[in-house]
Design a protein around this ligand. Structure first.
Ligand SMILES: Nc1ncnc2c1ncn2[C@@H]1O[C@H](COP(=O)(O)OP(=O)(O)O)[C@@H](O)[C@H]1O
Ligand SMILES: [Mg+2]
Length: 226
């Protein structure tokens, strides 16, 4: 069964003038273990699509189904649980907290969920993203690529089924960006997470199993490479 189903999704933002249509009748599915890239130029609706895929925002029409759960039918408590248990998010700007150490940043989602042994789980994930030696440093003491790997460790610390990555290589040079792409590929294939990455750079798509090309809020083509 698909881990993520996007069914005929449209999204219009209300504004003071005419509504802005950001998505129109978009449909696709992503399986567990699949690395999908959403591509298209700036303004085509990539971030909007990722936000609705992560139940951070809601379609105007259509349905998003995550691990069998129809998001429009969930109440606030169930949505919070779905996001906390099943979804991880990473961003272009890393979004680390600068007053916390690397390990504390990774532990934070578990602490907020009231879990114990958060330190050990964080160190295991830092190991997995190949950052074993920086646990007690602060974000400004490590490189951009290391900061993004920290953000990936944080996004994976609760073993989500779905990882959403919005322009994750946008602030990185190409060599460092490629390391992040390989890590996302490994996350999909080895951890069996469904990974959906938005990018406006077509060169980022070589590692992807599926490319979802967007244009002006519509699905242009969806190509599967596996
Ligand atoms: N909160 C918002 N209010 C109004 N319009 C928005 C909002 N967010 C995005 N948009 C518009 O929706 C369209 C898609 O934006 P976005 O999803 O950010 O595209 P992308 O991530 O591909 O650059 C754009 O026209 C953008 O200006
Ligand atoms: Mg965007």
């Amino acid at each position: 069964m698909a881990l993520l189903e996007v069914q005929n999704v449209s999204k219009a933002y209300k504004t003071q003038s005419a509504p802005v249509v950001a998505l129109q009748n978009v449909s696709f599915e992503i399986d567990p273990g699949e690395f999908a890239a959403v591509v298209g130029r700036s303004g085509c609706g990539k971030s909007t699509l990722l936000n609705v895929c992560g139940a951070m925002d809601f379609p105007t029409s259509g349905e998003v189904v995550i691990d069998g759960q129809i998001t429009s039918r969930l109440n606030d408590a169930a949505l919070t649980r779905l996001r906390r248990q099943k979804i991880g998010f990473i961003f272009q700007s890393f979004q680390l907290l600068h007053t916390l150490t690397i390990a504390e940043n990774v532990e934070l989602p578990l602490m907020l969920a009231g879990e114990k042994n958060t330190r050990r789980a964080a160190l295991e994930r830092l190991d997995w993203v190949e950052l074993p030696d920086v646990a007690d440093r602060y974000p400004h003491q490590i490189s951009g690529g290391q900061q993004q790997r920290t953000a990936i460790a944080r996004a994976l610390v609760h073993n989500p089924r779905l990882l959403l990555a919005d322009e994750p290589t946008g602030n990185l040079d190409t060599v460092t960006g490629d390391i992040i792409l390989q890590l996302l590929h490994r996350t999909a294939h080895e951890l069996r997470v469904a990974v959906v990455m938005a990018t406006h750079g077509a060169e980022s798509t070589a590692a992807a199993d599926r490319v979802i090309a967007m244009r002006d809020g519509r699905l242009e083509t969806a190509t599967v490479f596996r």
